[in-house]
Design a binder for this molecule. Structure first.
Ligand SMILES: O=c1[nH]cnc2c1ncn2[C@H]1C[C@H](O)[C@@H](CO)O1
Ligand SMILES: [Zn+2]
Length: 389
C-alpha cells in the first residue's frame, strides 16, 4: 500500500505529466508553437485589404469586390470549386496588383510579418517571377523587390519580438516555357535570399518532364527543387517528378495514397512508388485545406495525412494559399488536432519534418531544430507545471 504524500498520491506529478502529454493542444498553444512552412505562395497569401488598396493604386478595375471583408470571402468561395484549374483562376486578381516594385515589396513584407505573427519561425515562400513583368520590371528586379520585402518583414517582426527566417523559392509556370530561365535565375540568387526552385500551375496535361532541362541544369549546379506533383493528377506525375526530374520534395504529393492499399483487416501494403517515397524520406508538402478546395481530398478527417503520418512518411503541414483558403499554419494544425487528436508531440514531429526538409544548409536546419523548435515545444509541454492543481 502506498502512503499518501502531503501533495497528494505518490506519482501524482507523473500522472499529470502523462495527462498533459496526451491532452489536445489549445488554440493558443498551437498559435505559440514554433512552426515551419515549406509550401506557401506569395501571390496566394495577400491580405484582402492589401489586394483592395493595391488595386486602387494601380487602377486595376477587375476585382469582383472592393470591400476587403467581402473580397476575402469571394476568394475563399471562388477557390472552393473542386477543380485545380478553377482554383487557379483566382490568382489573376492577385498577380494583377503585384506588378510594381512597391507592391511586391509590400506584399513580401506583410507576408513575413503575418507568418511571424502566426508563430512561423522558418518559411519558404514561392512565386513565379514571370508573372510579375507586366508593369515593366525585369526578372531580377522582381526577385530583388521580393527579397527586400522579406528582409523588411523579418526586421519588423523581430522588433515585435517574433523572429522568423524567410527564404524564397522561384516558381516556373508549367504551361509556359520559361523554366530554364527561371532555374538560372534561382541559381544566380542562391546565396541572396533564394533557396530553391519549383514548378506550379495546372498539372493535368503538363507533366514535369516538359521542364527536364531546367531540373537537369539545377542538378548539375547542386541546387534544390520541389515539384508540384500528385495534387490534381496521380501517380505518373509523382513518378516523373522523382525518377525523371529528381525532385527533392513533392509539392502536395498527396495522391501517393493511390499506391497504398488498406485491407479489411487493417493490413497496409505499399506499392513500389509509395515504398520508394517512404524509404527515401521524400518530404510531402501536404496542404489539407487547399486539397479540400481542389477536390484532392473530401474532408479533413479523410485527408490522407492521417494514414501517411501513421505510416511515418515524411509529412509536413502547409498552407499553400492563405488568402484562397482563408487559412494560417495555426488553422491547418487546428483542423488536424480536431480530427486526428494530434498532441504537441505530433505537431513537433510535423515541424521537425519540415525543418529537416528545408532547403537551408544543414547546420542551420540543425540549429533551428535544436535551439528553437525543441526548446519551445518542451516549454509548451511543461506549461501544466505552472497551472493550478
Ligand atoms: O496548389 C497549387 N497547385 C498548382 N499551382 C498552384 C497552386 N497554388 C498556386 N499555384 C500557382 C498559382 C500562382 O500564380 C503560381 C505561383 O505562385 O502558382
Ligand atoms: Zn502550391
Amino acid at each position: 500500500m502506498t502512503r499518501p504524500s502531503p501533495s497528494g498520491t505518490p506519482g501524482a506529478a507523473t500522472d499529470r505529466a502523462v495527462k498533459a502529454a496526451r491532452a489536445l493542444p489549445t488554440a493558443d498553444q498551437i498559435l505559440r508553437a514554433p512552426k515551419v512552412l515549406l509550401h506557401d505562395h506569395l501571390d496566394g497569401g495577400l491580405r484582402p485589404a492589401t489586394v483592395a488598396e493595391l488595386a486602387r493604386d494601380a487602377g486595376y478595375t477587375g476585382l469582383p469586390e472592393s470591400d476587403p471583408e467581402k473580397l476575402g470571402i469571394w476568394f475563399r468561395e471562388a477557390a472552393d470549386s473542386g477543380s485545380l484549374e478553377r482554383y487557379l483562376e483566382t490568382f489573376a486578381h492577385t498577380t494583377a496588383v503585384m506588378q510594381s516594385r512597391d507592391a511586391l515589396f509590400r506584399v513580401a513584407s506583410e507576408c513575413a510579418q503575418d507568418l511571424a505573427a502566426d508563430g512561423v519561425v522558418y518559411a519558404e515562400v514561392r512565386y513565379a517571377p514571370e508573372q510579375h513583368l507586366e508593369g515593366g520590371l525585369g526578372l531580377e528586379e522582381v526577385v530583388e523587390a521580393v527579397n527586400d520585402g522579406f528582409r523588411e518583414g523579418e526586421r519588423l517582426a523581430a522588433a515585435e519580438g517574433r523572429r522568423i527566417k524567410v527564404g524564397a523559392l522561384l516558381t516556373a509556370m508549367r504551361h509556359a516555357a520559361r523554366s530554364l530561365e527561371i532555374a538560372t535565375l534561382a541559381n544566380a540568387y542562391r546565396d541572396r535570399g533564394v533557396v530553391g526552385f519549383d514548378i506550379a500551375g495546372a498539372e493535368a496535361g503538363f507533366p514535369p518532364t516538359r521542364h527536364l532541362e531546367a531540373f537537369e541544369y539545377l542538378k548539375r549546379e547542386n541546387n534544390h527543387f520541389t515539384i508540384h506533383a500528385g495534387e490534381a493528377f496521380g501517380l505518373p506525375s509523382i513518378w516523373e517528378a522523382l525518377q525523371w526530374c529528381g525532385a527533392d520534395r513533392l509539392g502536395h504529393g498527396v495522391r501517393i495514397i493511390d499506391d497504398i492499399t488498406v485491407a479489411d483487416d487493417g493490413t497496409v501494403s505499399l506499392g513500389r512508388l509509395a515504398s520508394y517515397v517512404r524509404d527515401k524520406r521524400i518530404p510531402l508538402e501536404l496542404c489539407p485545406t487547399s486539397n479540400l478546395q481542389t477536390g484532392a481530398a473530401s474532408s479533413y478527417a479523410e485527408h490522407p495525412i492521417g494514414l501517411l503520418s501513421r505510416l511515418k512518411f515524411r509529412c509536413t503541414v502547409n498552407t499553400d494559399n492563405r488568402l484562397m483558403s482563408g487559412t494560417t499554419m495555426s488553422r491547418e494544425f487546428g483542423h488536424l488536432v480536431d480530427v486526428f487528436g494530434y498532441t504537441l508531440d505530433d505537431l513537433q514531429w510535423f515541424t521537425t519534418n519540415g525543418m529537416k526538409s528545408a532547403f537551408l544548409p544543414f547546420d542551420q536546419r540543425l540549429a533551428m531544430i535544436n535551439e528553437v523548435i525543441k526548446p519551445r515545444y518542451a516549454e509548451l509541454r511543461a506549461e501544466w507545471l505552472f497551472q493550478g492543481a
